[in-house]
Ligand binder design. Sequence first.
Ligand code: PLP
Ligand code: COI
Length: 345
Amino acid sequence: MNSDNVNLDWASLPFGYHRTDYNVRCVYRNGEWGEIEVHTSEEITLHMAASCLHYGQEVFEGQKAFRGVDGRIRLFRIEENARRFADSARGIAMQPMPEELFIKMARMAIKLNERWVPPYGSGCSLYLRPIEIGITPRVGVSAADEYVVIMFVTPVGAYFKNGFSTSKVVIYREYDRAAPQGTGRWKVGGNYAGGMVATMRAKKDGYSAVLFLDPKEKKYLDECGPANFFAIKGDAYVTPKSNSILPSVTNKSLQQLAKDMGLRVECRPVPVEELAEFDEAAECGTAAVAAPISQVDDVDRGVSYVIARDNKPGPVITKLYKQLQAIQYGESPDPYGWCTFIDND
Ligand code: PLP
Ligand code: COI
């Protein structure tokens, strides 16, 4: 195994796929999970009738590992991803992976690719992408009996190329990402396919994301692209409560930090018109971290909600962002026990 740390052009590293050395896999067959396999090939062989290809039996996760100020590798809140991965699988009748097995695989994938963890100070991280797919050949609509979980890693830079800066988001009332009692609360690939036309249109129109409305009444704010929405209003941290958004690990973490900064956390339905009352707003997620929003255009109503008049990230969101990153990079203590060290196996 080549143990030399890699040297990439960190300053311009995109949030994208870059080949690393190994991926780990585990197959569920005959009612049990097999041994964890280590692979160097980036390819997989699938039966053309595999249920994931026809009926969308696919779930995934995303989490980051950070090289800290002390040189140690910290993996962020992986237990939360393990739980959500199993919940997502149950949500679309797939075999849930035991959480301990998920965590073991995640640690292995990072440890094996240790040299790909970007250096401290680069602002980059190693992104872990676990996927699970149904692999049983099916033509009639029914759940697979066999599944494979694959975890690969890729070094990533900032999700938005301008880093921590404001962007505009858009509301298009003609699209929904998920149904009211559908799959929005799980991390299934189909949700992203469902939102793709709206997302591509938003990018073309110069927005960073679509701010979806609740799919039932179109009255309340819902998911914000591949991220949750949150806002600061006076001394409150406000974030939508909805059955069709993914429970974000980042949002949960920011809520904790906000409480500890003395803010009140309000997780409730958020009417669209309340956008006019926010002091600051952002989209948050593992990839996006906390990406401030300067303006929301409700194009079908011809209304623009300007949130950051000076186009600059607001003070509270900046503080939350910095505090979260300081914990992730080991610059601040981690009183919540959010980080798992990878180097002590
Ligand atoms: N919502 C969607 C649709 C996402 O894809 C993500 C990204 O994972 C999030 C929210 C944020 O979740 P997390 O903070 O757990 O990454
Ligand atoms: C993440 O934030 O980890 C995500 O999964 C978002 C991704 C779809 C880009």
